[in-house]
Design a protein around this ligand. Sequence first.
Ligand code: PLP
Length: 404
Amino acid sequence: MQMSQSSEILDRAANVLIGNYARLPIVMTRGEGSRVWDAEGNQYLDLFAGFGGCVLGHAHPALIAAATAQAGKLWHVGNTFHTEPQVQLAERLNKTAFTGKAFFCHSGLEANEAAVKLARLRGQSSNPKKWKTISFNKSFHGRSMAMIAATGNPAVKAGFEPAVPGFNQVDLGDLEGLSGALDDEVAAIIVEPIQGEGGIYPVDPHFAVELRRICDAKQITLIYDEVWTGCGRTGKWFGHQYLKDANGNVVLPDILTLGKAVGGGLPVGVMFARPEIAALLVPGKHGCTLGGNPICMNVSKTIFDVIEKEDLVTHAATLGEHGMARLRQDKKIAPKIAGIRGRGLFIGIELKAPPEKLVEKALERGVILNVTSSKVIRLAPPINISLDDWNKGLDLVAESIAAV
Ligand code: PLP
């Protein structure tokens, strides 16, 4: 009997790949725009963009051109030399975020590790015992030993005890709990402007104002983990740009971290710090051999060019509002919905009960979505998805919800 191309690859995978991912039995072979195709030729509308990585969809011509042009010139020289694409990306961040300086690595967790190291350097420059980090329950910051200690989800930590010391979590928005955890040894507070893995919970701007006030008063470094919320996904360049004080001023962090979308599907992480704090990271304190390699940097800076040129930040905001309104009005799914929340094209649909095999049932209908925290459906399509594809995708999402 002749095996299908997929089942042959799945059999080989079972022999040689570690089973740390709950992979679906589908082999993807090709992508274009907001669509991907599997080895059997089935087509899917991609409303999750590879955990947000493919912010401009698949095989974007401008990104192919950027990668190809750079690949033909220079791949890697190491960070003992300068290369222009790093400078261009850092200039882009200065234009779209705030005045700062950049360090480049490969992933969100590495960016967070670098941020916590820098916060400790800053803390210990004034008090040798200023070393602790406070984060929040339901947060996710990555899977290194330190970042699982920072992550506010017991399941992520289980089996890896004892935890790296110096990390404590409190509830998001709980000022009393926070003040109970604050002492002179706290060097950093790390927070996601919208908690992603935890179930799409946006930070209240008033809470952000308080965080900023506390950090200023106690010389604590405020870190925004924008690994999910960066690069236009939320309908602003960065998710923190929704966090405004009573005068309408954006509540800025001391350090911003990026991953996922900033590489467009390539491995890029960024730690971006206010210049006076960044100045503490002198030679010998931190590094990353392939971090900032010219191919990734050229793609990354081109992502910013395309988002600006095509005004995709506004597009994400408009399509997000439209999508949430459409889902809220759908009578056939209303009895199953506990709440719909999000910003731009980062949307959580909380169901009243955990759905049975929803991801699989959606795939059968030709749409890729994700479920987190057992009953929150997450939608995070490429931010350049057309209105037509978004509408088709939303219809399929609603049909899938109705069917479970
Ligand atoms: N921070 C946040 C908010 C994330 O959602 C993630 C991953 O989902 C990370 C950090 C870790 O990023 P990476 O998987 O690139 O290490």
